[in-house]
Design a protein around this ligand. Structure first.
Ligand SMILES: [Zn+2]
Length: 101
């Protein structure tokens, strides 16, 4: 048995629609599906920005608004990290250039 998320009644596991309130029972509460793994995606996006952008695009194609939200965040983190790395490289080369004169 599982508990209906809409009305709280006990519903047999094989039921996809609650017999009491007719609401779908298979859907998990928003955000639960990506609960822990979204942080993994964020961490990946920080350390491997390209991967974060790819994950972001893949998730944004999804119909699930929660996945879209996580995808958008991954994409933003990925882009931000690439910009930060570019700025750091620019500063490094500027510093090396300044020292070589
Ligand atoms: Zn119900």
């Amino acid at each position: 048995m599982k508990v209906c998320l809409s009305c709280g009644q006990q519903v047999p596991v094989q039921y996809n629609v609650c017999p009491y309130c007719q609401k779908p029972t298979s859907g998990k509460p928003a955000g639960e599906e990506l609960g822990a793994i979204k942080y993994l995606f964020y961490i990946l996006a920080i350390f491997i920005p390209i991967l974060g952008i790819i994950i972001g695009i893949v998730l944004m194609i999804s119909d699930d608004p929660e996945k879209k939200k996580v995808g958008k965040t991954c994409l933003l983190i990925g882009i931000l990290m690439i910009i930060i790395v570019c700025v750091l490289y620019f500063l490094l080369f500027a510093a090396l250039f300044a020292m070589s004169i």
